[in-house]
Design a protein around this ligand. Structure first.
Ligand SMILES: Nc1nc2c(c(=O)[nH]1)N[C@H]1C(S)=C(S)[C@@H](COP(=O)(O)OP(=O)(O)OC[C@H]3O[C@@H](n4cnc5c(=O)[nH]c(N)nc54)[C@H](O)[C@@H]3O)O[C@H]1N2
Ligand SMILES: Nc1nc2c(c(=O)[nH]1)N[C@H]1C(S)=C(S)[C@@H](COP(=O)(O)OP(=O)(O)OC[C@H]3O[C@@H](n4cnc5c(=O)[nH]c(N)nc54)[C@H](O)[C@@H]3O)O[C@H]1N2
Ligand code: SF4
Ligand SMILES: [Mo]
Length: 675
């Protein structure tokens, strides 16, 4: 028996360092590495049980071809040779008849491992001249907002939250989605810190807070501007930091002037006195750290909201302090040479130009409406769009087109896999080599395969390498090994990565970027903007989201649905677990909305709007305020009695910046289902 190191590859800011016992190629006792400064020896509930998934009888183990109708999920086993030949033949045919841009890759972050997330696949699709996918579904709106203000995506490291005297979890369900930050908050609170949660939902985190403020979904821009209003009026800002390290303060003051607490109270649903108290407490408690998470930016003004919230630690000078500042994402500090791996220049061979780009949140439109050329083939990996993409009925209609050729690389038979013409068995992160960044801490990690592979599973890297050969691509890049690709990623020459080699990672598994400890990214300004200053200028106009009670959308749908993350699953991953299915089949509602509709806890209810409907079980509890409903997400469609998940209700509407989705601005009505 041997203890081996791995890294959790799920789409989570914690990027945990793992230890696993291995005997004769079989793993047991998966646990958090006690030596990792952020993992600190524990795992979240979902991944503590990961070996149940690894060795599940439901794993997809062999290549298969569809024998039933699209969506039915009936398949027959075939050989890898037949699978690869079929795919190569069909892709070539589509390219010949419609042009290579009729092929659309669709992937997101099923694995965060750099190679299996965006490696050989990118080379393959660039060489093929396929359409490019704008990967916006999660964080691109927030990234755009953060970058507009700070010029880059650096932030306060989790370890420093222990030093804060005030922590604001803003649209951040830390206990559910970022649990390795929690012990640092516990430590801070033991030393007297207060935790304030700003979230329309009473999450596990909100329930544990000292103070929970519930804004109307998508109204955070108004709240942030009102805080700035108070901070400016009461002269609570750090005039010296503002003068030295920011630009555009006068413009910001003009914006904020119009958002007095009274006006903001009407827009946000938070009492005027509470807004004033929040602003004062934030500006006068030192140090104060904001954990902003992605809940805020999944709304119509989400980009601007992030932009404004990011201004708070600059105007109060909080970036100066250990335990101050803010974290949304720190991913950009990992300055890997991604172009060396993705090789966009291969498009020159295939197309002589950049391929067209389709926004992944508009998949329903891409599959049904896009022309010149229409999408005739799609290859899906690291994602389950049949469940997670908005406007699900249109997405499913697209996937059910008889003339669409669909390939899915999957570990489990998801709703998307059910629509595959060819289904390929994928490895888990315990079964392949990869390099990892984190968007929540500053450690680079590396892991080799630690357990034997079941059946005939292959990694994404291997599949796209093999497909390149079948398609006749002779370029040397398709022969490159995983280790060479990792060397390429690490060889960017950026000082943060200096001395971090594959050999060192092989020995140490996890290596801190070359950053001072503690790291205060903007202690002396040095923002990533062209001027080097924090940019407080720009458009911060706010009107209520169209899909909100105060907005202009149709009034027959009076409830605001927030389908945010379920604590015990990971988007649709783990949706096959019974407990997860029960949690994600629940609609939380306030008594004030339930009573007039004759709805009681345990009732079967239909949630619906013009886009679709879903059947759920009502829970009348303290989770939401009147006018808001919550559906913990994302359920597997096929587990639902009507074959639909929450995204049957959400829209393709694009947020204000960065092309991201507006999952959390969604108006619906709820009724008791007929018996
Ligand atoms: N357990 C678990 N962990 C996960 C995931 C998961 O599915 N489950 N998913 C992973 C992924 S892909 C991501 S992107 C991260 C996301 O991590 P988070 O951003 O923390 O997760 P969310 O649940 O999307 O949103 C956070 C909180 O924002 C709240 N919220 C929604 N709308 C608003 C709003 O308008 N204003 C404010 N102030 N709050 C709002 C939600 O109610 C939610 O509690 O988590 C990762 N970790
Ligand atoms: N209503 C609603 N919709 C949402 C969200 C929400 O909060 N509410 N959240 C949105 C967000 S933030 C995100 S990030 C997206 C996430 O959406 P997705 O990126 O689709 O994430 P998952 O649902 O976790 O599905 C990932 C799939 O990748 C597979 N996988 C894992 N590792 C590998 C691998 O190495 N190779 C291959 N081939 N497959 C692998 C897993 O088995 C899993 O089925 O969903 C979005 N959709
Ligand atoms: S999902 Fe997040 S918290 Fe859970 S083990 Fe993976 S990285 Fe750690
Ligand atoms: Mo995400």
């Amino acid at each position: 028996m041997e203890t081996r190191h791995s890294v959790c590859a799920l789409d989570c800011p914690d990027a945990c360092s793992l230890l696993i016992n291995v005997e004769n190629g079989t793993g047991s006792r998966l646990r958090g590495n006690p030596e990792h400064p952020v993992t600190r020896g524990f795992l979240c509930g979902k991944v503590a049980q990961y070996l149940e998934r690894e060795y599940s009888a439901e794993r997809v183990l062999y290549p298969q071809k569809r024998v039933g109708k699209k969506g039915e999920g009936r398949f027959a086993r075939i050989s890898w040779d037949e699978a690869l030949d079929t795919i190569a033949h069909r892709l070539q045919k589509v390219a010949k008849e419609h042009g290579s841009e009729a092929i659309l890759p669709y992937s997101y972050a099923g694995t965060m491992g750099l190679l299996n997330n965006a490696g050989m696949d990118r080379r393959f699709f660039h060489r093929l001249g396929a359409s490019r996918l704008d990967r916006t579904i999660c964080s691109s709106t927030g990234a755009a907002g953060l970058t507009a203000t700070n010029g880059n995506r650096y932030g306060t490291e989790p370890e420093q939250f222990a030093e804060a005297k005030l922590i604001i979890a803003w649209g951040a369900n830390i206990h559910g989605t970022n649990v390795h930050l929690w012990p640092f908050i516990v430590e801070a609170r033991r030393r007297g810190a207060r935790l304030i949660v700003i979230d329309p939902i009473r999450t596990r985190t909100a329930a544990l807070a000292d103070w929970h403020l519930r804004p109307n979904p998508g109204s955070d821009l108004a709240l942030a501007l009102a805080m700035i209003h108070v901070i400016v009026e009461e002269k609570l800002f750090d005039a010296d930091y503002v003068a030295q390290y920011t630009s555009g303060f006068d413009e910001l003051k003009d914006h904020a002037r119009r958002f007095d607490p009274e006006r903001a109270a009407a827009l946000t649903g938070i009492a005027k006195e509470d807004i004033i108290r929040l602003a004062r407490e934030y500006a006068t408690t030192r140090p104060a750290a904001i954990r902003l998470n992605y809940g805020v930016q999944r709304s119509e003004h989400g980009g601007k909201a992030v932009r404004a919230i990011t201004m708070l630690p600059a105007i109060t000078g909080s970036w100066r302090e250990i335990g101050g500042g803010m974290q949304l994402s720190v991913s950009q500090a990992f300055h890997f040479d991604r172009t060396s791996v993705e090789m966009p220049e291969l498009q020159k061979i295939s197309l002589g130009r950049e391929a067209r780009m389709l926004n992944m949140i508009e998949l329903g439109s891409a599959l049904n409406d896009v022309k010149d050329p229409p999408v005739m083939a799609t290859v899906v990996y690291n994602s389950n769009p049949a469940a997670v993409a908005p406007d699900q009925n249109r997405v499913l209609r697209g996937f059910r087109r008889e003339d669409l050729f669909t390939v899915v690389l999957e570990q489990f038979q998801t709703d998307t896999a059910d629509h595959a013409d060819i289904l390929l068995p994928a490895t888990t992160f315990l079964e392949h080599t990869d390099l990892y960044l984190s968007y929540g801490h500053y450690y680079v990690q590396f892991a080799r395969a630690v357990v034997d592979r079941p059946g005939e599973v292959r990694s994404n890297v291997e599949v796209f390498r093999a497909l390149a050969k079948r398609m006749g691509f002779t370029d040397a890049c398709f022969d490159e090994s995983e280790d060479d690709m990792i060397r390429g990623l690490l060889a960017s020459g950026h000082p943060f990565l200096e001395g971090i080699t594959i050999e060192r990672l092989e020995r140490e598994h996890s290596v801190r970027l070359n950053l001072p400890t503690p790291y205060r990214p903007f202690v002396n300004g040095e923002f990533g903007t062209a001027s080097g200053k924090c940019d407080l200028s720009g458009d911060l106009n706010y009107t209520p989201p169209v899909e909100s009670r105060l907005g202009s959308a149709k009034k027959q749908y009076p409830l605001e649905m927030v389908s945010s993350k379920n604590d015990d699953s990971m988007n649709s991953t783990f949706g096959n677990r019974e407990a997860v299915d029960r949690q994600t089949a629940t609609l939380h509602m306030h008594r004030a909305d339930a009573d007039p509709r004759g709805i009681r806890s345990g009732d079967r209810v239909c949630a619906f709007n013009d886009r679709g409907s879903v059947v759920l079980t009502a829970s009348i509890d303290g989770v939401v305020a009147p006018g808001v409903v919550r559906i913990p997400s994302v359920r597997w469609n096929k587990r639902a009695e009507d074959g639909r998940g929450p995204n049957a209700l959400t829209s393709e509407r694009v947020a204000d910046m960065g092309g991201g989705p507006t999952f959390y601005n969604c108006l619906i009505e709820v009724e008791r289902c007929g018996d």
